[in-house]
Design a protein around this ligand. Structure first.
Ligand code: DGP
Length: 113
């Protein structure tokens, strides 16, 4: 997608602090971290939300979910981490390319918000 910032990061047109990459996904540090460790895992196919996802894209999301424990381990998140996938306006989604936030490196307690 021409105007998608994450597509540009995937294409290498915008620099990012990469922590993992393969043919299916890119993981890089969030520019505005909300926790000591804040990484975004982005499938290499443009779609905004789970509601828009096709079957192939669902396979990519599955691969992302399978890879996240390995990425988390490489980030030193042995004590746990939180995943967030914002969907649409009420969730505060600002980048309309599906992404999974990995948040950790500190205790976040039991409250989600
Ligand atoms: P969301 O609210 O779920 O759409 O989160 C989008 C996240 O993307 C937000 O935490 C900030 C991050 N972000 C936006 N632009 C850039 C960028 O150019 N580089 C990086 N590394 N992160 C970005």
């Amino acid at each position: 997608m021409d105007n998608c910032i994450f597509c540009k990061i995937i294409a290498g047109e915008i620099p990012s602090n990469k922590v993992y990459e393969d043919e299916n996904m890119l993981a890089f540090r969030d520019i505005n971290p909300q926790a000591k460790v804040h990484v975004l895992v982005v499938p290499k196919s443009h779609f905004a939300t789970l509601a828009e996802m096709n079957g192939e894209q669902a396979e990519l999301v599955k691969k992302c979910m399978e890879k996240i424990p390995h990425i988390a381990k490489s980030l030193g998140l042995e004590k746990g981490y939180r995943l967030i996938v914002n969907q649409g306006e009420d969730a505060g989604q600002t980048v309309h390319h599906l992404h999974i936030h990995i948040l950790g490196g500190q205790s976040m307690g039991e409250k989600m918000l």
